[in-house]
Design a protein around this ligand. Sequence first.
Ligand SMILES: [Zn+2]
Length: 375
Amino acid sequence: MNTEIKNKYIDFLTSICKIETPSDNKANIDKMVDFIQKFAIEQNLQTERFSFSEAGDFLLIKTRECENEKPILLMAHMDTVHKIGAFGDEVVSSVDNWLYGPGVMDCKGGIALGLCVMERLKADSNLKRPVYFLLTSDEEVSSRFSGQTGKDLIIDTAKRAAAVFNLEPSRPRSVTVGRKGILKMRAEIFGVAAHAGNAYFDGASAIKEAAHMVLEIEGLSQREGITYNCGVINGGTVPNTVADKCSIDIDIRVSSMEEMQKAEQTMCDLSQRNVVENTHRTVTVMSKRPPMMVNDKNLQLLEKWNIAAKNLGMDEFKGIIKGGGSDAAYTVMAGTPTLCSCGPIGYGEHTRNEKVDLSTFDDIAELISNTIKLI
Ligand SMILES: [Zn+2]
């Protein structure tokens, strides 16, 4: 890639990172969609925008309309886990070949990389298939805002495609062929409020009951099986009142839909009991993301990826299974061969130290482009 093109995409990546896009901030995500759409049109790409009332809009970018051949689908998401201002006033910074910023690897680096791949392939008159690039807006919250419409849009677009490359961040010499599914649940515990000094024994502490429940839930986790993480607790109002309410947000990771059902049932069973007298528990499903199941189609696509890597003189890539979920779960459900974590190499996703290695952009863009030519 010549320096001019590379700089164009680094500038583009810097600009989109400066528009901070937490999953629940539709206004900022839409602002970013405006920016990306304008950029794509300037590169002579076609765009189609899908509006949502609560979620940020989705954007589909195409090298051209498909005629006979099925397109190749690239995917990435525009939302990040970072709250606005989390990276301070200087949102994006760089040290040597590393760029730091909210979403710089997860997944805005993937957006820049995908557009860079489209620019390469658009100029290639031998390429038989069009390339589509679907940008979603609430991946980090398992499609909570775009709901079934968002999931259906991913599935329908993937069904029409010959293969999917999800440009989530990568690690050297590996791509993801399977991912765990995520069940997010909220437990609410209700007790009886009372003055902590005058009527302590008239109260029933929801917090104390929640403490029992946390140990019961976390005790279910198995290293080689389902894991349960009580990640957020909210309860009580002031120190001198026995708390009558407490909630626990729980993140459950599963390897199959059977495990998802089993975990949900286990949580329902737990909600039927209590330890502290006069308290009771409820549980609610907040969101579900199915696992990205490993299958032969994904593994065959990995073989093509490795043929392209070998042709470029690169070492073999391993197919790995990850604990974190992604939108690739839906493209596998659609029956389309899928590889995930095909994006730029980076470290520190979901932390203040998130960074992407700009020096790897060229190689990965070339590898994706060459794999697409084999399909
Ligand atoms: Zn991501």
